[in-house]
Design a protein around this ligand. Structure first.
Ligand SMILES: Nc1ncnc2c1ncn2[C@@H]1O[C@H](COP(=O)(O)OP(=O)(O)OP(=O)(O)O)[C@@H](O)[C@H]1O
Length: 238
């Protein structure tokens, strides 16, 4: 049974990658900004990869917006993604990269075309439509990927340190844009962050992952006040 309060459920999900095993079991609130935290190598990206469908669990079920997606291909899932790399097709210009996020056959309406231009303006890349990804800086590529997520407008947005390559001013600007979009659409945002200030600023709910397991999952007030896990305390003070 699906409870509409939850947009993401992992039911007894297990996975082994090399010598590392992972076990995730969680229910995440719909319409929240959920911060995923943990030390390097804890399993944050694997958690997102399972939701995106790039990793497939050996056991357990994954539900997104009430639908069991465990056996569904990444492209069919109700998610958009902004990951650290590999966000853009290198042989296609920025307009096409973003357009594919709206319609994989590039059948775009005039309104779609306007929304691409407008998303590029919002992320500070006005006029970049015909540029190839290889001619953009790392931060510009991340912003282009973010523009694609803006136009895709899926119920769940997965972001793996989306603004890591940006300087602090731009990073804050993009975080503000993310919150604007979130308020407008009411979508669920799952964002990996290494920055406690960013977590405090944007998240409604926090997850702390350690050794391939979720050790804390709580609304943000409780999460920030949690003193039961030295790893989390250290992260929050960093
Ligand atoms: N395909 C794989 N084969 C073997 N081990 C893997 C594989 N993918 C991930 N791992 C291991 O699983 C652990 C968790 O990796 P993951 O990328 O999820 O961590 P993370 O919390 O996102 O780390 P970071 O903050 O450094 O990006 C790491 O020890 C990693 O080396």
């Amino acid at each position: 049974m699906h409870d509409p309060q939850f947009s993401i459920e992992m039911r007894d999900v297990s996975l082994q990658l090399g010598r590392q095993d992972f076990h995730f079991d969680c229910r995440l609130p719909a319409g929240a900004v959920i911060a995923v935290t943990g030390a390097s190598g804890a399993g944050k990206s694997t958690f997102l990869n399972l939701l995106a469908g790039f990793d497939v669990p050996g056991r357990g079920r994954i539900l997104i917006a009430g639908k069991d997606v465990t056996d569904e291909y990444p492209a069919r899932r109700a998610v958009s993604l902004v990951f650290q790399d590999n966000n853009l097709f290198a042989h296609l210009d920025i307009f096409t990269n973003i357009g594919l996020g709206i319609n994989p056959a590039m059948k775009l309406t005039a309104a779609d075309r306007r929304s691409i231009t407008s998303a590029l303006e919002k992320v500070g890349l006005a006029g970049f439509e015909r540029r190839m990804p290889g001619t953009l800086s790392g931060g510009e590529r991340q912003r282009a990927a973010f523009a694609r997520a803006l136009v895709r407008n899926r119920p769940v947005l997965l972001l793996d340190e989306p603004f890591a390559a940006l300087d602090p001013g731009l990073r804050n600007g993009m975080a503000a844009l993310l919150l604007d979009m979130h308020r407008e659409t009411g979508n669920t945002v799952v964002v990996v962050s290494h920055d406690p200030d960013e977590v405090k600023r944007i998240a409604d709910f926090g997850l702390f992952i350690e050794g391939g397991r979720i050790v804390v999952a709580a609304p943000i007030g409780k999460f920030l006040g949690c003193e039961d896990h030295p790893g989390l305390t250290q992260f929050l003070r960093s």
